[in-house]
Design a protein around this ligand. Structure first.
Ligand SMILES: *Cc1c(COP(=O)(O)O)cnc(C)c1O
Length: 459
């Protein structure tokens, strides 16, 4: 008999979670104004809101916490992290920040000005927020295939080279400070970018004198997909692939809460000292001195260790297989989801799930609320609410895809939990024809509204 797949770790510490009943959940979600971000964690049984900062640290990471050096300047923890970043990514210069969006804030302060244009594959919401906050424009150049969830394409995070070149041609060079490659592309479904595409983007950007910046939150998962799907890389190690990916760029921003498996942290990696020096000024202003940024010494130690664990092949195989396990159960039951499955999450296609619901009633949000009511499972809307209003016309932006993202925290849940989640969603799928109305907004913030929006059931 062929031996089955099994996790590459065992469990040393556990945390209790509680099931609730439907009556309780109805009351709680109403009190939360139908915004899943407003629920208390005790009101959730399986929490797939995000894979950000929700992973389980290892025994080695916890040991590293005890060795943290909390010196204000020049802490050994800073040098441990600096060495780990240089070793894994190849970036010789770096700045610690308290999380990914802080890295964006610091780097963009040094690079983006009003009226600039920032092309890339689909920008992450905070990235887009930081671009638009500076009155610059984010242009999505993702390949069209990414927006057909039924199409099997190995690298749906790829940038359409023709679209990118058109942006370069139609705008003078000084208006384009950077192109951002998000790996994996969260917004289009946790989809990877191929090495070939990274090389092409890099070559084209060089030709037009534009810098290449990676939004690297899930760089290790991207490398895993390159190894699995790009034949030339089948025999390379994850770390060799990671090094090569980053070699095509000038800098990276990192949310360490993702592939570095820590609960809080971020950084910016730089190739050149000049840009590092420019950004350092903003880091000191917004985050902290350059040898700690927004992080404590113990957190820098755990992050340095996490970078090694997050780029371990066995770990990545365990992780991505679990996401696939959930995806396959849903697919077998006919639930429409982005295919191929993403690295960190399953993206349920809400438009195909609830085809008769008008887009003005927030299709993906409606589905996310139904899933919570069904089983106490919390996902997140990646649709019209998250897409925000157009900064100029203030009209709702209706994205091509309305998705409910089920993000799987790293090393946190078992496959039994995945079976529970699948059963909950399949139950909703079976009663979908009874879901006839959605929600309307009663209160929203001017930017990044999804975090605090308040909704009401359409009557
Ligand atoms: C999470 C994330 C960010 C922002 O990072 P935070 O740590 O949440 O501030 C930026 N880009 C991508 C692709 C992300 O997934």
């Amino acid at each position: 008999m062929q031996l089955p797949f099994a996790e590459s770790y065992k469990i040393k510490m556990v945390e209790s979670i509680h099931r609730s009943n439907r009556n309780e959940r109805e009351k709680w979600i109403k009190e939360a104004r139908y915004n899943l971000f407003n629920l208390r964690s005790e009101q959730v049984f399986v929490d797939l809101l995000t894979d950000s900062g929700t992973g389980a640290m290892s025994d080695r990471q916890w040991s590293e916490m005890m060795l943290g050096d909390e010196s204000y300047a020049g802490a050994s923890s800073y040098y441990k992290l600096k060495n780990a970043i240089a070793d894994i990514t190849g970036f010789e210069f770096f700045l610690p920040t308290h999380q990914g969006r802080a890295a964006e804030n610091v780097l963009f302060s040094a690079m983006i000005k009003e009226g600039d244009i920032v092309p890339g594959n689909s920008h992450f919401d905070t990235t887009k927020g930081h671009i638009e906050f500076r009155k610059a424009i984010a242009v999505d150049c993702t390949i069209d295939e990414a927006f057909d969830t039924t199409l099997d394409h190995p690298f749906k995070g790829n940038i359409d080279i023709e679209k990118l070149e058109n942006v370069f041609i139609n705008n003078s060079g000084h208006k384009i400070p950077m192109v951002i490659i998000t790996i994996t592309c969260n917004t289009s479904g946790g989809q990877p970018v191929s090495m070939q595409n990274i090389q092409q983007v890099s070559q084209l950007s060089q030709k037009y004198g534009v810098k290449v910046i990676f939004d690297g939150a899930r760089f290790a998962e991207n490398a895993y997909f390159i190894k699995k799907r790009e034949p030339a890389y089948a025999d390379k190690t994850i770390r060799e692939i990671v090094r090569e990916m980053f070699s095509y760029s000038d800098a990276m921003t990192m949310s360490s809460k993702k592939d570095a498996i820590v609960n809080m942290g971020g950084f910016i990696g730089f190739r050149e000292e000049e840009l590092f020096n420019k950004a350092s000024v903003f880091n000191i202003m917004f985050e902290g001195f350059i040898t700690y940024g927004g992080m404590s010494g113990r957190d820098m130690n755990a992050l340095a260790q996490g970078l090694y664990e997050g780029t371990d092949f066995d770990y990545l195989e365990t992780r991505i297989s679990q996401v696939e396990y959930l995806g396959k159960m849903l697919k077998d039951a006919g639930v429409p989801a982005q295919f191929p499955f993403g690295g960190h999450a399953i993206f349920v296609d809400a438009k195909r799930f609830l085809p008769d619901l008008p887009k003005e009633q927030y299709i993906a949000q409606t589905l996310a609320v139904e899933l919570y009511l069904e089983g106490g499972v919390r996902g997140v809307e990646i649709g019209t609410i998250m897409a925000d209003r157009d900064p100029i016309t203030r009209e709702n932006r209706y994205p091509n895809l309305e998705m409910v993202r089920l993000a799987i925290p790293r090393r946190t849940y078992t496959n039994n939990h995945m079976e529970y989640v699948a059963a909950s969603l399949i139950n909703v799928f079976e009663r979908r024809s009874g879901i006839k109305t959605g929600y309307c907004i009663v209160k929203e913030a001017p930017i990044l509204r999804h975090f605090t929006v308040e909704l009401e059931k359409v009557k």
